[in-house]
Write a protein that binds this ligand. Structure first.
Ligand SMILES: N[C@@H](CCC[C@H](N)C(=O)O)C(=O)O
Length: 287
């Protein structure tokens, strides 16, 4: 079939966005992988699919597929691209919408200046909710957070990293590093992603605290590798930093592909993610 798509990005985290309301899509992991492939397909970190809502009180259903073809619960940068797409395509007249995802409802709003702010919902902080298997581990309290020791074998040598675990609908393990540029993202990212303590795998975040309102962040994403920015990763890092007593809201997040901003009032409250959403080109592909 010939598939119409739009290529978009949010701070360099890139997407293929598909209108599955006006096109019939019946794809499996093989087709998602082919579309996301940077040599044999269009190329993307994630594929975002726009569907009709299946429950009352919401405007759309938002499905997310990683570059490896796996369907996942949440994508923050993608949610900004999502609202820009449905507004630009005339699928809604509202600039503020409610969207159902695998992990609950989020509410993106397209501002007049083109920036998007998304109510991403409240983070889950209990290890079981991430999910993270903390059985038999001794956590180290810092602020109101707990740092968990993860044992890694890097180049034959044992090492331990201390992570905060946060769910933004999808799982994150966040560690503080002195300098993101020299952080061993390519070496330890895959080990953390597949660490047996995370039964659904995990997104591995590396944050450098610049000051109490500013971090630099790199994220090795589950199912996609290191991306130029990760929206839920930025939310998770800000939440972890605030809970550890290192940061205050709002937090500016400098990623390699651009700037994001996070606001969070504390435990039980929703996290607000703001940043750009850009259309790159439209296309059609035989798939
Ligand atoms: N890029 C995303 C996160 C996409 C999903 C993630 N790789 C996962 O598997 O949970 C974002 O902006 O949040």
């Amino acid at each position: 079939m010939k598939l119409k798509f739009t290529k978009m990005h949010g701070a360099g985290n890139d997407f293929v966005v598909i209108d599955a309301i006006n096109q019939h899509i019946d794809f499996g992991p093989e087709e998602w992988r082919r579309l996301a492939d940077r040599r044999f397909g269009v190329g993307a970190d994630q594929i975002l699919v726009v569907e009709r809502a299946s429950s009352p009180g919401v405007d759309f259903r938002y499905r997310i597929f990683n570059n490896d073809g796996g369907e996942v619960e949440q994508c923050g940068n993608g949610s900004r691209a999502f609202v820009r797409f449905v507004v630009d395509k005339g699928l809604t007249r509202e600039r503020s919408i409610r969207v159902e995802t695998m992990s609950g409802i989020i509410a993106p709003r397209l501002e007049e200046d083109g920036k998007v702010t998304v109510d991403m919902g409240a983070p889950r902080l209990d290890p079981a909710g991430v999910p993270f298997d903390s059985a038999g581990l001794v956590g180290r309290p810092q602020g109101v957070d707990t740092l968990w020791p993860l044992a890694l074998t890097v180049g034959g040598a044992e090492q331990e990293v201390l992570v905060s675990v946060v769910s933004m609908g999808n799982p994150h393990a966040v560690q503080v590093v002195d300098d993101v540029d020299s952080a061993p993202v390519a070496e330890t990212g895959p080990l953390i992603e597949h660490h047996p303590r995370f039964p659904k795998r995990v997104n591995a975040g590396y944050m450098q605290v610049v000051d109490r309102h500013h971090i630099r962040l790199r994220v090795f994403e589950r199912g996609a590798g290191e991306t130029l920015a990760c929206g839920t990763g930025a939310c998770a890092a800000a939440v972890a930093g605030i809970r550890r007593g290192l940061l205050d809201s709002p937090v500016r997040v400098s990623a390699r592909g651009g700037e994001l901003s996070i606001a969070w009032a504390g435990d039980g409250q929703p996290v607000y993610l703001s940043g750009p959403a850009v259309t790159v080109f439209e296309g059609e592909i035989e798939i």
